[in-house]
Design a binder for this molecule. Structure first.
Ligand SMILES: *[C@@H]1O[C@H](CO)[C@@H](O)[C@H](O)[C@H]1NC(C)=O
Ligand SMILES: *[C@@H]1O[C@H](CO)[C@@H](O)[C@H](O)[C@H]1NC(C)=O
Ligand SMILES: *[C@@H]1O[C@H](CO)[C@@H](O)[C@H](O)[C@H]1NC(C)=O
Ligand SMILES: CC(=O)N[C@H]1CO[C@H](CO)[C@@H](O)[C@@H]1O
Length: 409
């Protein structure tokens, strides 16, 4: 380890692997280390199924025989869907990582209102046929969607008299006469905000997020979301391969003793008694406990089902968002479902995830509204994890730390 690296990346979570891929492509000399002997860190996909049982229920726990072959399962610890027209997909195409992966479209996008599950209406046709709203509200919502589609920050005649620098999103809802339920599903299941703060801010970012949703939907039809075959864990590996092609070095199963600083600035990483020199470090919070603060907790329940989720038109994969207000909370509850269509479970089996930001001392009770939508659950694995973020921006030390994954799907 005599040479000096431009950057050392610690941890092989998705964010870290994207970084090392991009750094390598831009000509930087990168060393990538992970203490685990597998890719993905906290966001790994576990396979075979036996690994999931061992992790949550102990070394002697075994899945029942009717769950099929263990290696037909790829269970994401932190499942995430990709917006078809979003930044990550653009990055995958731009870097050519799409060569190593195959994606499928998620079949449905749903939202919870007043105890029931509804398909999310995202274009003008769907707006007019949805049972989510009454007849007059549908027309107002359609007018709103048309305005969103035409909005151009550079052309004041598309503003409809609403100054983008001064008008809040709440005022936009009021201008179109949209009621609180419509605002609720627009903000949470189209714009994907996690709470209601955006309502008091100027509207252009919210409009851009709604546009992203409908443009993504327009690309594939059934939902705006994509998901890799064999699970999200394929993504970090795709970026790792990219990095390797451009000369990046990967070392798995290698512990990190400490980060070495001179005058408050990073100069190397010590591992196995040796120091590898570097100019920068990029890492997840678990490698730098002294430079992060805990900001909350996330609860996630991985649920194995032998059926699709009721009221989702038998969708083989889908997302359901439960907006906070619908169940008297501050943060939304997210449900995702993947299955055999995505090569993550044997035929006839489904993997659902229910997740949210913890708000009380009894997190398991908080996800009950989500669990109740799933129907009978064959097996449930629950985990509550701490959320960390860096205490500074890293410019001085040149140690750049990512945030823990949020509960969104
Ligand atoms: C501005 O928007 C109006 C209304 O949509 C449109 O007719 C006009 O062509 C646009 N002007 C420019 C310069 O894009
Ligand atoms: C699903 O599992 C339940 C038991 O949890 C069982 O009663 C039912 O028959 C199973 N359904 C199918 C389609 O296998
Ligand atoms: C339900 O799914 C079927 C088959 O995929 C599709 O033809 C139909 O339009 C869907 N119905 C609704 C209400 O989405
Ligand atoms: C690309 C791919 O492997 N698609 C499979 C997804 O699952 C469906 C349904 O089980 C299969 O028919 C496809 O071949």
């Amino acid at each position: 380890m005599e040479e000096e690296y431009d950057a050392i990346v610690l941890g092989t979570g998705l964010k870290e692997c994207i970084l090392s891929g991009l750094l390598s492509v831009s000509g930087k000399k990168v060393l990538h280390i992970d203490r685990n002997n597998y890719y993905g860190g906290e966001s790994a996909s576990l396979t075979p199924l036996e690994q999931l049982y061992e992790k949550f229920l102990g070394a002697s726990a075994k899945p029942p025989a009717d769950m099929g072959r263990g290696r037909d399962w790829n269970v994401d610890l932190i499942p995430k869907f990709l917006m078809a027209n979003g930044q990550l997909v653009k990055l995958l195409i731009h870097t050519g990582v799409t060569r190593y992966l195959e994606f499928k479209s998620i079949e449905g996008s749903y939202v919870y209102k007043g105890g029931k599950v509804y398909k999310v209406p995202a274009d003008e046709t769907e707006a007019l046929t949805t049972s989510l709203m009454g007849m007059f509200e549908k027309r107002r919502f359609k007018k709103f969607l048309v305005w969103v589609q035409n909005f151009d920050p550079a052309n004041s005649s598309t503003w409809d008299g609403m100054d983008p620098t001064k008008t809040t999103m709440q005022q936009v809802y009021e201008k179109f006469g949209l009621d609180e339920n419509t605002a609720d599903f627009t903000g949470h299941s189209l714009a994907l905000y996690r709470n209601d703060q955006y309502k008091n801010e100027p509207y252009p970012p919210a409009v851009a997020k709604i546009r992203l949703y409908s443009d993504s939907l327009a690309r594939y039809g059934k939902s705006p979301y994509l998901y890799p075959l064999y699970g999200l864990g394929e993504l970090p590996q795709g970026f790792a391969r990219l990095s390797a092609i451009y000369g990046g070095t990967y070392m798995l199963d290698k512990g990190v003793d400490e980060l070495v600083y001179e005058n408050g600035r990073i100069v190397g990483v010590k591992s196995g008694g040796e120091v590898a020199k570097c100019k920068q470090v990029y890492c997840d919070p678990s490698y730098v406990k002294d430079k992060v603060k805990k900001t909350g907790q996330v609860i996630r329940a991985i649920c194995l089902l032998n059926h699709t989720i009721p009221n989702t038109n038998d969708s083989q994969s889908c997302q359901i968002i439960i907006p906070q207000k619908q169940v008297g909370r501050h943060y939304d509850i997210y449900i995702s479902l993947v299955s055999n269509t995505n090569m993550t479970a044997p035929k006839g089996w489904y993997i659902a995830m229910v997740s949210t930001t913890v708000e009380t001392a009894n997190p398991e009770a908080e996800i009950i509204p989500g669990l109740q939508l799933l129907g009978p659950i064959a097996e449930k694995f629950v985990c509550v994890s701490d959320v960390y973020e860096p205490i500074d921006d890293g410019l001085e030390s040149q140690v750049f730390i990512s945030k823990t994954y949020d509960p969104t799907s």
